[in-house]
Design a protein around this ligand. Structure first.
Ligand code: FPP
Length: 257
């Protein structure tokens, strides 16, 4: 049975994109894909445009990738939209990035609703501008009963801060006696912002950078990693399909044999 499945999964890389999409759907599609969307600034610089033009184009890529991931049957798509370190950027750029969720959800929410997508967010809400959080919370509320793909925005997210907050909360719960058991991986997972999500099966990072940049460090322990030189605004359906084809050829052993 296993060898039959493997044979099925053999792809002809030269076939048309639609055929490749049909082929990957016949095999195991990663349930959770996480993306570090990098290269917006370089995309803009190459065109002598301001950096914010790259972020705006990158937002359009998020729409395209969301549609295809949903069509492929991906259960969760996590996108790293703003890190806890991104506040170091010029104010004009930060202000622009903080307006993007409003624009994205303002134009795309009806489609997300009709496609049964549920919007979620991980990150520290407290220091986000009110207009940013209002747009995300409205989308979360209006999609809360949707049962299809989860589109999870990492906004003002940093993995070390997430882990520290989890450790501190668990320590408090031990002190107060509300936890009696040892802290196992399963118990610890409940303290993370991703408590309701499975760990990513596949991490994609664009723009040729080969690092995790404080993204889901705990959750990515056994994820397959795929890097491309393509800048995020240039990322097309073709690249998502290629990443999944590569994923389907990998052998995941989770430390076993
Ligand atoms: C990194 O590229 C990208 C970011 C810090 C922002 C990512 C945001 C988007 C793609 C917009 C999507 C947002 C929503 C809400 C849909 P960079 O600017 O560091 O690129 P560079 O390394 O080339 O300068």
């Amino acid at each position: 049975m296993y060898s039959l499945w493997k044979r099925w999964c053999k792809k002809d890389a030269s076939s048309a994109l639609d055929q490749r999409i049909m082929d990957i759907k016949k095999c195991e599609v990663p349930q959770h894909i996480a993306i570090i969307m990098d290269g917006n600034g370089r995309w803009a610089k190459k065109r002598a445009l301001p950096r914010i033009a790259g972020h705006h184009e990158g937002m359009k890529t998020v729409k395209k990738v969301t549609k295809l991931a949903n069509q492929l049957g991906v259960k969760t798509l996590s996108v790293y939209a703003f890190s806890t370190e991104n506040w170091k950027r010029p104010k004009k750029e930060v202000d622009f990035l903080m307006k993007l969720p409003q624009e994205f959800l303002g134009t795309f929410l009806p489609e997300l609703i009709s496609e049964n997508v549920r919007v979620e967010m991980i990150g520290d809400k407290d220091s986000l501008p009110a207009h940013t959080i209002a747009a995300v919370e409205k989308a979360m509320d209006e999609t809360k009963d949707n049962t299809g793909m989860v589109l999870n925005f990492a906004l003002n997210y940093g993995s070390r801060a997430e882990i520290l907050a989890a450790v501190n909360k668990a320590a408090q719960d031990i002190k107060s006696g509300s936890i009696e058991s040892d802290i196992t991986e399963e118990v610890f997972n409940r303290y993370l912002m991703t408590d309701k999500l499975s760990d990513p099966d596949l991490l994609i990072r664009t723009s040729g950078e080969i690092r995790l940049s404080n993204f889901m460090l705990w959750q990515l322990a056994y994820s397959e990693l795929w890097f491309t030189d393509v800048l995020w605004p240039d990322f097309k359906d073709e690249q998502l399909v290629e990443a999944i084809e590569v994923y389907q050829k990998r052998s995941r052993r989770f430390g076993g044999v």
